[in-house]
Design a protein. Structure first.
Length: 204
């Protein structure tokens, strides 16, 4: 998993509440277990016409937002079914941070496990960031995880809260597998104590 430390990027405004995981990545694209290749299908039902052509008015189809790495969205983002493909699709498109007034719990947790930083801020604050994002390439937001600050284009700073353990994992690029590998020495020492007659975890 890639580390998340300091991100200065274009933010795309998606001022819609209750964006569920089926809207983020429709069920017909869940046949794969690969984390790559899903970005093209992100928001497919509202991003494309029936013939597959792009809807020019959808935010991520607009030239100034095609390389957005931050998404500023409405409340209750990621509600609906629990599908890890939702953060996979966001990440594959290039989104590393989602800012919203609130998130669905499972989606919120899945973001951290996949290298995306979800930031919950008061609705009035998100509205200001939505205005910043509306400026497109003329304004960029900076997300400083180490200092837990969102820096607006005018230089003003907005603090945000994040669980210390999740912060540690993102700063160091640690997913569940990475966390386990941090204890490789301890695991090897434990296995070395297992009697020869008892099967070991790795089958030797």
């Amino acid at each position: 998993m890639d580390r998340f430390t300091l991100l200065t990027a274009i933010a795309a405004p998606l001022n819609v509440a209750n964006i569920d995981t089926d809207m983020i990545i429709p069920a017909r694209f869940l046949k794969t277990i690969k984390r790559t290749g899903l970005g093209v299908s992100l928001f497919a039902n509202i991003r494309y016409n029936a013939d597959g052509s792009e809807k020019p008015d959808f935010v991520l189809n607009q030239p100034k937002y095609r390389k957005a790495e931050i998404l500023v969205a409405g409340d209750n983002f990621g509600c609906g079914s629990s599908r890890e493909h939702a953060p996979w699709a966001l990440l594959d498109f290039g989104i590393r941070c989602v800012i919203a007034p609130g998130f669905a719990d499972i989606f919120f947790n899945n973001c951290f496990k996949n290298g995306i930083l979800p930031i919950a801020l008061p609705e009035a604050v998100v509205a200001k960031l939505m205005e910043d994002a509306a400026l497109g390439t003329n304004a960029r937001l900076t997300v400083d995880l180490e200092n837990q600050m969102v820096v607006r284009p005018d230089g003003s700073k907005i603090p945000f809260e994040v669980d210390p353990f999740r912060k540690h994992c993102l700063l160091n690029g640690l997913d569940d597998i990475g966390l386990t590998l941090e204890h490789t020495a301890a695991i090897a020492a434990y296995e070395a104590k297992i009697p020869a007659w008892q099967p070991k975890i790795h089958g030797a």
